[in-house]
Write a protein that binds this ligand. Sequence first.
Ligand code: AHR
Length: 515
Amino acid sequence: MKNVTRRAFTAGAGAAVAAALTARKGFPFASAGQKLEIQLANEIGTVRPELHGQFAEHLGSCVYGGLWVGRNSPIPNINGYRKDAVEYLKALSIPVLRWPGGCFADDYHWRDGIGPAGKRPRSVNSHWGNYVEDNSFGTHEFVGLCRMIGAEPYLAGNVGSGSPRELRDWVEYCNYAGDSSLANERAANGSKEPFGVKYWGVGNENWGCGGQMSGEEYAEHYRRFATYLRTWNEPRPFLIACGPNRNDAAWTRGFFEGLRRRGPINGFAMHFYSNGTTQATRFTAAQMEQQLSSFAQMERAILEQRQLMNTWDPQGAIGLLVDEWGVWDRMDPAEEKRYGRLFQQITMRDAVAAAMGLNVFQRQADKVIMANIAQMVNVLHSLLLTDGDKCVRTTTYYTYELMKPHRGKKAVKVETGDAWPLGLSVSASKGTQELVVTFANPKPDSGVSVNCALAGGSAAGATARVIHHPDLNACNGFSQPDAVTPKGIEVSAQGSSLRLELPPLSVVTTVVRLA
Ligand code: AHR
């Protein structure tokens, strides 16, 4: 369901879809016409940069190999951080990064990851393949990475196998500026300055790998844990409770009933994955359609969950996060063996999926305050894939790059008049001098000839970039790292009219200069 009103279009915008497919002059594909209205005065909320957030877990080769290779690695590195990955991520300006899990978070004990690396314990990563975790990437290394790439750190705490004391101590260790033993220990480990971590997750998927609890049971734990996660210094900890798996209303009801309006809570984090029925580079158009239709379900889940949250939080003070989302295909056993758990190729389909997800969050910008795609490198819907000393930017990376101009702008309503789950996906945002619009066309066999009416604004020109490949399974492989990259595309923007031709299966962002 789109965040548009279902009323008939205003006279100027006309009817929704001109059904006939026509091959247009100069375009090698057939197009269906679609009329839209972008309502510049109809503001939704700010597109917080955090909607473009990321997630990195100790899983497969996300952290080890993907982000951290160690100081003695032959792979070019900056004090152990993988140089090419850092450069690519920095160029994208990652707004926020969630770590260390995932399921790993509820089996992680932060003390294992501080102090001299050689003396850190060797623990077993019981969730992700029982490999031995040497803890060489711990809190200091994570915060160091965030600083290098400009990201706000988001720490996911251990509720499932941890204690309130362990988590409150982690907050003090990271954030206390005074003369406490924990703050002094942090200084001895190399950081006199507090880390100033703002975002704190109180557990992860506590309905599953984080303790198999019911919403009511988790609420009891949450109340205890949250009580001790104090403000030692600015920033005040922003506490994020575990939310539902997809649209699980029973979890949300159980949690908020159990919370009984006690205990500080700032955010409630849903997880929503889009499962695929085959391996990443083997999708048929029908399998892709099935997967991409999950984004309409995700939007419905957000709408229904926010309505439920209003029952206990009528002022809407608690933000909704989607701190894990993305495509999750069938793994190729040979690739998993070589690259680690949950490694999948990223194709043209994934670029469209990423844009459809980001469009949903931007259309719900008055409630969704953060969204973290899973995961940043080498796992699931990733931005980067690495193989030894090779590192490629995936099509997901390029979707984030295309959509970067939305950050910080005001999301505005778009009337598409199309309720079909696989209709054109659109979001728009405006700044003082610019309107940014992203279109994702999920149809593999038809372009879209877009005719937008700008209500409440006037255009004085525009530029546009597209990511498109005729093969839905095309990807930036290690031998063809630039097979699918963005290009410029024609756009016409004058007065109240914005027109452009979207190729089949494509993502286009246009930046319109406002007169
Ligand atoms: O992202 C992979 C896993 O998916 C995470 O560890 C978990 O939180 C979720 O089930």
